[in-house]
Design a protein around this ligand. Structure first.
Ligand SMILES: Oc1cc(-c2ccc(F)cc2)cc2nccnc12
Ligand SMILES: [Mg+2]
Length: 214
């Protein structure tokens, strides 16, 4: 039977990237998405903004909502200080299976815990299952109708602390109007918008960075 796009993306990683070299994995996926098939990775343009936010923060505890094929997982993990940990949640089992192999090819499995399941089912159990008190950095890149409820759930579960940074992908395309309205008007957040483009296209998209004020 016909392969899936994530399977073809993984094949391109194995063909073009060097094992243990995260940058070559990132470049191989960007090459695949520009020259073979578009895929919903954050991409190189928005990815550079993600890199600068992560590098400036040097977070110890990171949560990623929405793994897909692991592109942003690798982008973030390659910049983390030794001992830092990234937990990434993926609802789709097929995506999770590919992401696991992409992460392994990059040699970053020691920094990353890939968890399969629904974000709303796992967020209330972060403390007991992973020994996490609070997160330093959260990257939201899953289904757009989950951004706001999951953010409120993280607040209610005490997973955010004064200074925790939330970075949200796709705030223009496909768009998350309810989430934007919330973080931009809530007294509990200081929010700013990084204008960019939808991965591998000329369409407008951007990232919203929101600092939790406690
Ligand atoms: O970065 C993204 C882009 C898109 C997407 C799909 C189709 C379009 F036409 C435009 C944009 C969907 C996404 N879903 C989840 C996480 N990230 C996504
Ligand atoms: Mg996205």
């Amino acid at each position: 039977t016909r392969s899936t796009r994530p399977q073809r993306l993984l094949k391109a990683v194995r063909k073009r990237a060097k094992r243990g070299d995260p940058q070559s994995v990132i470049s191989a996926i960007d090459h695949f998405c520009r020259h073979s098939e578009w895929a919903m990775n954050i991409g190189d343009e928005k990815g550079s903004i993600l890199d600068s936010v992560v590098s400036e923060l040097s977070p110890e505890k990171v949560l990623e909502l929405g793994t897909y094929c692991g592109y942003s997982t690798v982008r973030i993990a390659r910049l983390l200080p030794p001992g830092a940990r990234l937990i990434t949640l993926e609802f789709n089992a097929d995506y999770a299976a590919i992401a696991k192999q992409v992460i392994a090819w990059a040699g970053l499995e020691d920094k990353i815990q890939l968890v399969e399941g629904a974000s709303e089912d796992w967020i209330p159990h972060m403390k007991e299952h992973f020994g996490i008190e609070t997160f330093d950095f959260v990257f939201l890149d899953h289904w757009k109708d989950r951004y706001l409820p999951d953010t409120k759930l993280m607040e209610d579960c005490g997973l955010l602390r004064k200074g925790t940074v939330l970075l949200a992908d796709n705030v223009i395309c496909p768009g998350v109007p309810d989430y934007l309205e919330y973080v931009r008007n809530s007294l509990s957040y200081k929010s700013c918008y990084f204008k960019s483009h939808l991965e591998y296209t000329k369409a407008e998209d951007g990232l919203e960075k929101s600092v939790f004020l406690g």
